[in-house]
Every structure is written in C-alpha cells, then in structure tokens.
Design a protein around this ligand. Structure first.
Ligand code: PMP
Length: 305
C-alpha cells in the first residue's frame, strides 16, 4: 500500500513516525474518514471538499499548523486512490504532531506537524449485512463536550471515549454504543449520528453534543427530496424504544438500521421502510458525481483497478 506522507508517496513500511510522537502519547491528532465509490464512468469521492473543510477546522481548533492547502490535500487523496488502484475505498487523512517535546504545550518548531493520507478497502464498518440491523447499548460514559470550540473537531484523543463506550456495549452483547450528552439526552453513537422515525417523520438530535456528520446532512437533504419531514431536537432513550424505526448514519457505516436498544427490540426487529428508502437513496447519491457540490470525481482512466 502506498501512503501519502508530507508530500511524498511512500510504501507503507517507509511511512514511519517516531515512537516519541506527541500524538501517539496524547491523542493530539485530527483526522477524517471519507469514502469513495465506483460509478459507471468515474470514481466519486463523496463530499471530499466538505471533509477537507472539516479537517482544516479540526486542525485550527487544535492549533495545528498544516503546511498543505485543501487543493494539495485533495490531490493527495486522488493520488493515493490512483496509486493503490482503489475505487470503492475508505480514505483516512491524519494530521499529527511528531516527536520533539513531551510537554503538552508543544512548540511547533520542536515538534513538527505531519500529514498523511491512507486509503484501504473497507466494505462494512459493522460485520452484519447492510440491512440486517445492529444492536446498540446505552453507554454509562457521556459524550465528551467539555469545550464548545472542540465539539465539531475530529480529535484522535476523543476516540478513546468512543472506544471505551464501544467496548462496554460489546460486553453487554451489543455491537455499538449510544452516548448521551451531559443532560441525559441522546448525543450520538460511537462514530455515527442517530435518527428515529416516528409516524413517518424523521427525528435526530441537534449537533450541540454530536459531530455534524456529513452523512447526517446528506440524509436530511435526501429526506427532504423524498418529501419526508425532519425534526432536530432533544431525544431520549425512551424515544428510541418507542420509535417505529431507528438508524445510524456515518461515512464508515453509511445508513445502518438499529433493531435492538439495550436488549429491547424496536418495533418488529427489522429494517423499516423509511430506513430502506433512505439507504437506497444514499447509495445512489454516493455514486452520483453531481449529487453534492463538494464531491470530487476521478476519471475512470486514472485508476487502473
Ligand atoms: N459522530 C462521530 C463521533 C464520528 O466520528 C462520525 C464519523 N466521522 C460521525 C458522527 C459521522 O460523521 P460523518 O457522517 O461525517 O462521517
């Protein structure tokens, strides 16, 4: 596998960082998860420019000075896909702090900020089939919301919280966790946003304690196009249990039905009709280069595959 690292395409075993890297010790990196999709005449990198905007905002929120522009990072993503002959892929840009200082307050001159872009095949985030549905468990640990300016940043260290919640959910027999905000309302899942369907209408928590996911945003757009109402507001675990349908959205997991919450079956325990409809709409949008302005498409000829 070829990895783009600080302007160079390197073999994976040559793309190395020091064990004393600040980010390895303190989780001070920021990252993105992006998907590309094979379409008839091209490869669509779904909402790539939006993801690169969020990466830039995450870096700013963490005071990491990135030496590459969004255009350069866009080209890096395209290069990584082409050089690895990937079409349907999961793409991972990461901005990290290298070795230099073990002080939390590192100095950029001492500890360089590095950038890498990797890509791999990753068909499904959850092991089950796309529409089988997953089970979730409510986490005791709350979603981190300490500093408002960091709420929308994808900071590596925050994922220790999501990881701990996922481990606890798995110990309770579920595959993913639902994290609540500090008031006890649903924030989001470990790496995905939450939607409920009730009486034919969609409901989703606001982004005050959740990442404003691009899949969430895409679903809100697609739902409007299908004439479905979407409401953003406070939701409880009881709302989830009483819902007709529940599903999660995220770049990695796409649109995934939830069939059990805290061991209780939702409705009849299968993916509901609106979830199915939106799943199909999302799959079409992801493969359509014109579906969102921020998509970037790569001509088929550029990728040998
Ligand atoms: N919440 C969290 C905590 C996430 O890590 C992700 C994945 N980026 C999401 C929600 C969904 O965001 P997106 O749809 O932009 O992938």
């Amino acid at each position: 596998m070829k990895i783009w690292m600080d302007g160079q395409l390197l073999d994976e075993d040559k793309a190395r960082v020091s064990v004393m890297s600040h980010t390895l010790h303190y989780g001070t990196g920021v990252f993105e998860g992006i998907r590309s999709y094979a379409s008839e005449d091209s490869t669509v990198v779904f909402r790539l420019m939006d993801h690169l905007d969020r990466l830039e905002r995450s870096a700013q929120a963490m005071n990491l000075k990135v030496r590459y522009s969004k255009t350069q990072l866009r080209d890096a993503v395209i290069d990584v896909l082409c050089q690895n002959n990937l079409t349907d892929a999961y793409i991972r840009p990461l901005i990290f702090v290298g070795a230099g200082s073990l002080s939390l307050n590192f100095h950029a001159a001492q500890s360089p900020v590095g950038v890498l872009v990797a890509a791999q095949k990753w068909d499904r985030y959850f092991e089950s089939d796309e529409l089988t549905g997953i089970t979730v468990a409510t986490s005791i640990g709350r979603r981190i919301t300490s500093q408002p300016e960091l709420h929308q940043a994808k900071v590596s260290g925050f994922y220790a919280n999501s990881y701990a919640a996922t481990m606890a959910a798995q110990a309770a027999g579920a595959v993913d966790a639902i994290l609540l905000d500090e008031r006890g309302f649903i924030a989001e899942a470990a790496v995905a946003n939450v939607f409920l369907v009730r009486g034919g209408k969609l409901h989703t928590p606001t982004c005050r304690a959740a990442l404003a996911g691009y899949t969430r945003d895409s679903i809100i757009h697609l739902a409007a196009g299908l004439g479905l109402e979407v409401h953003e507001g406070d939701l409880t675990v009881e709302d989830m249990l009483a819902a007709d349908e529940v599903f999660l959205t995220g770049t990695a997991c796409e649109v995934v039905p939830v069939t059990k919450v805290d061991k209780k079956i939702i409705k009849n325990g299968a993916a509901g009709p609106i979830t199915r409809q939106l799943h199909t709409a999302y799959q079409h949008a992801a493969r359509n280069r014109h579906s969102f302005k921020s998509n970037v498409s790569i001509d088929k000829k550029s990728i040998a595959a």
